[in-house]
Design a protein around this ligand. Structure first.
Ligand SMILES: [Zn+2]
Length: 278
């Protein structure tokens, strides 16, 4: 896919604003659904490059959403990565040294289909400032996955999410990944919202999984900063390979049919409660 595909699919799904720019300078479209007001749900997909099926899924779910409750959907938080994983390195006008560096980080291969990071070789889901650098799989050298970056929020893509979270207009955040059919909840000492995780898992037919030890992720930072419900949804069966087959998209859409509505319900309840107690 090209950036034009990412933009046009978002525009077909709803009203689009641009949340910011990627490292390469590509726009990061955000589909704004429902009536604009505080207490919205923030949903982000394609945090990892090869998980671009989540971008397709979120775009499709956005185009089907008919509720009033505000949802802000970023189908491709890592557009450069999605383009790299699907089109390869020739999709970018890079200086020779940058091109050679990326190839070296990819073990000399021109096949980037399993790449997870952004265009600098930073894994966005370990670059957030929440237990940064403490994850079991963290690495300290750039590459296709698990590199935490030279400091928290070193990447423009994670800074986009930080500024959205800091805006204070969200009640719930959900990050979409692939795969394993699980709903992750909890971070560090904060283990609230088990019921909500179980409810989401039940709707999807997935397993809820508490993740106190996860580190540097979008949901981790969200929970740390807000104490509000935040989840990572791992879509798709483990029996399929990466990248998750496009032929399974319809099945994923069916599985997730009620998900946006449920996130809205959770957000509405939580937002009312926080307003009443502060
Ligand atoms: Zn992922």
């Amino acid at each position: 896919m090209l950036i034009s595909d990412i933009i046009s699919s978002a525009q077909r799904a709803g009203k689009v604003t641009y949340a910011g720019k990627s490292l390469y300078g590509n726009p990061v479209p955000m589909i704004r659904l429902g009536v604009a007001r505080p207490g919205a749900v923030l949903i982000a997909g394609t945090v990892h490059a090869r998980e671009h099926i989540t971008g397709r899924l979120l775009t499709e779910l956005a185009s089907r959403y008919s509720g009033d409750y505000p949802l802000d959907v970023i189908p491709y938080l890592n557009p450069d990565g999605a383009i790299l994983a699907t089109e390869g390195i020739t999709a970018f006008a890079l200086k020779n040294a940058e091109r050679l560096r990326l190839l070296r980080l990819n073990g000399g291969s021109t096949d980037f289909s399993l790449w997870k990071a952004n265009l600098r070789g930073v894994d966005l889901n370990v670059n957030f400032d929440a237990g940064w650098g403490t994850g079991a799989k963290n690495v300290r050298v750039p590459g296709g996955e698990n590199y935490i970056g030279s400091y928290p929020f070193s990447e423009p893509e994670t800074r986009i999410v930080r500024s959205l979270i800091k805006s204070g207009r969200y009640a719930v955040a959900v990050a979409y990944h692939s795969k394993g059919e699980e709903v992750y909840w909890g971070f560090g000492q904060n283990n609230d919202y088990r019921d909500e995780a179980e409810k989401i898992a039940r709707l999807l037919g997935y397993k809820p999984k508490q993740t106190p030890d996860s580190a540097g992720g979008l949901k981790d930072y969200w929970i740390q900063e807000t104490g509000l419900p935040g989840f990572t949804v791992e879509v798709g069966k483990d029996s399929f390979p990466h990248p998750y087959p496009e032929s399974e998209l319809d099945n994923l859409i069916r599985t997730h049919a009620g998900a946006f509505g449920l996130y809205a319900e959770i957000a509405e309840r939580v937002w009312k409660r926080t307003r009443n107690t502060t």
